[in-house]
Design a protein around this ligand. Sequence first.
Ligand SMILES: [Zn+2]
Length: 219
Amino acid sequence: MRTDNRARRGAARPPARTGRTPGAAWRAVLFDRDGTLIEDRHYLADPAQVTLLPGVAQALRRLSQPACRLFVVSNQSGVGRGYFSLENAHACNARLAQLLAAHDVYFADTLLCPHSPEEGCACRKPQTGMWDMLRERHGLSAEHTAMIGDKLDDVRLGRAAGLCTVLVLTGKGRDQAAALGLPLPDTGFWTPNTPLPPDRPHAVAADLAAAVDFLFGAA
Ligand SMILES: [Zn+2]
């Protein structure tokens, strides 16, 4: 893509649009679940199969400050397709919470969309229904919220909601970024210096730890 030669790599700073000190801007971070926080297994339904991706617990621990709340927004169309029950989906979220509690990391809220694409709901990403619910329920502001995910649908939700948006290259992220013609950093993150088309992320990060570096500055 034409902005490659002007890209900044690895320089930890918040998005230029905020002009804030690293770590000062973000009061809330929304995470996709499968492929972003945990290993992406096809239609995960068994809590025993919930496996944190490498470095995720430590990265979330860095974010866990009183001033910044963490949220999960997850598409679980396996429920709507009849592949597994809503109880299965909740059980997997409960297992994720249990794994992270061991690291003293807690989510302020965990939402899932149980619908199949054919149902045309307002909550399946890239629709912004889950963001709308979190915003109202927790008094969030788009200006102080970031979205991190491994799929274009996460990017589209984030951009449509006006959130700072990071695509991670774990899970399906590498394929998604390649399809968009975006750089694929092996470590750290890439962020464009030029105006952003509506379906592009503010940064592409090698993994969740690199996404946290982008948002909050390097550890
Ligand atoms: Zn839905």
